[in-house]
Design a protein around this ligand. Structure first.
Ligand code: SF4
Ligand code: MG
Length: 321
């Protein structure tokens, strides 16, 4: 497919302030030099433990948080160079679905008002047209138009996420960043919402950046998968290939925790020692080395380069140099 969005060397650092004077004493390198493309119509799954920088990556692309450096190319423009006025017409193409649909929906607004808001902001002047669109959006996500006058708290978690999805769809976006959209939902509801998202993707030619902490969630929905660790991508490739033949020891460990339906195919569980280190003071060399079962001397001092080792297959690890 064609490249819809290209991210180059994206960096998002947050200052750490301390003391009475609140001086900047360091930086949390939430995203530290991430590069990838998203192709038109695909789902790129972005996976990693909390604190790996996957949400910050998604939010930085949409400029919901201000990146420190890098480039994000969309429709011939570097989004990071646009001012707010220039960014506005781009925003309708770039939407987000949040993890917690309840926190992201204003409890004082009816569902109709929530869905009408983006239409108002982006200049859909005609009231009847807005109403038609609100009704259509509710139908499209499997909620009846008659729900329009109810408030978000009157809905179940799964229904609220449908409202969040409807809101993201309001302006016919091209790319949707889905930030752990099913993590807060009951397992029984998760697959319904995932199925809905896949149906909508086909129906409206959507492209997803699908963020999850769990490889099992993104497996079926993703065309390609990227794995993040401490603000960096460590592996990226076609979904099947990453699952069947994970190259990076961190991906191997994450995958070993995913239950497989066929007990014969069961992988040896790899238990990582220690916790994820702090992104304000990442380990030298390969940031994964203190936890890596394959760490070598070189890993402590030399940061592995991000390399393409086979067509479409990227990894940052000295085992694949
Ligand atoms: Fe492990 Fe070394 Fe590869 Fe890092 S570079 S993942 S420490 S083998
Ligand atoms: Mg997150």
């Amino acid at each position: 497919g064609e490249v819809l969005l290209e991210v180059k060397d994206l960096k998002t650092y947050y200052p750490i302030r301390s003391g009475i004077l609140q001086r900047v004493t360091g930086y949390v390198r939430a995203v530290d030099g991430v590069s990838f493309t998203i192709e038109d119509g695909e789902t790129l799954g972005l996976v990693g433990e909390s604190g790996s920088g996957k949400s910050t990556t998604g939010r930085s692309i949409l400029r919901l948080t201000q990146p420190t450096g890098g480039e994000v190319w969309f429709q011939g423009k570097n989004l990071l160079r646009l001012d707010e006025r220039e960014m506005r017409p781009m925003r309708r193409h770039l939407q987000i679905i949040f993890q917690d649909p309840y926190a992201s929906l204003d409890p004082r607004m009816t569902v109709g008002q929530i869905l009408e808001e983006p239409l108002l902001v982006h200049g859909v002047e005609d009231r009847a047209e807005r109403r038609r669109r609100v009704q259509e959006l509710l139908e499209v996500v499997g909620l009846g138009a008659y729900h329009m006058h109810r408030y978000a708290h009157e809905f179940s978690g799964g229904q609220r996420q449908r409202i969040g999805i409807a809101r993201a769809l309001a302006l016919h976006p091209k790319l949707i960043v889905a930030d752990e959209p099913v993590s807060a939902l009951d397992v029984s509801i998760q697959s319904q919402v995932l199925n809905l998202m896949q149906d909508l993707q086909e129906q409206f030619q959507l492209t997803y950046l699908f963020i999850a902490h769990d490889l099992s969630v993104v497996r079926h929905i993703s065309t390609r998968i990227g794995v993040m660790y401490l603000g960096r991508l460590v592996e990226l490739g076609p979904s099947e290939s990453v699952y069947d033949e994970p190259l990076h020891p961190y991906t191997q460990a994450l995958l070993s925790a995913v239950p497989v339906p066929d007990p014969e195919a069961k992988r040896e569980r790899i238990v990582l020692k220690g916790d994820v280190p702090s992104a304000s003071n990442p380990p030298s060399g390969c940031a994964f080395h203190p936890r890596c079962p394959h760490a070598m001397d070189v890993c402590k001092t030399v940061r592995p380069e991000w390399k393409q080792v086979a067509p479409g297959r990227f990894v940052a690890c000295h085992l694949h140099a």
